[in-house]
Design a protein around this ligand. Structure first.
Ligand SMILES: [Zn+2]
Length: 90
């Protein structure tokens, strides 16, 4: 998501300098940023309960990283550093 956000800014600068098809570059990179945002919201899931924990991550205020104190699933309490095979066996 950070890469798409940086690409959005860079392609915006390129598009403002050049004409023609370069004007479409910010739109494409903005769609990439939007897709990354949607993936963060709905694609990041807990390994145990499959809840969408990306929404909880968004609430922390860190859009581009996971804060160090976000260690447990807010829905089932599973330690997010636990190996996924161990989680599935329990
Ligand atoms: Zn969970």
């Amino acid at each position: 998501m950070l890469v798409a956000f940086a690409a959005f800014g860079a392609t915006g600068a390129i598009a403002s300098k050049y004409q023609g098809w370069f004007a479409l570059l910010p739109i494409v990179s903005f769609l990439g940023f939007g897709a990354a945002m949607l993936y963060q919201l709905f694609g990041v899931r807990c390994g145990r309960c499959r809840a969408a924990i990306g929404r909880a991550l968004n609430g922390t205020g860190y859009l581009f990283s996971v804060p160090a104190d976000f260690r447990f699933c807010p829905y089932c309490g599973t330690d997010l550093d636990t190996d996924i095979n161990i989680v599935q066996q329990t």
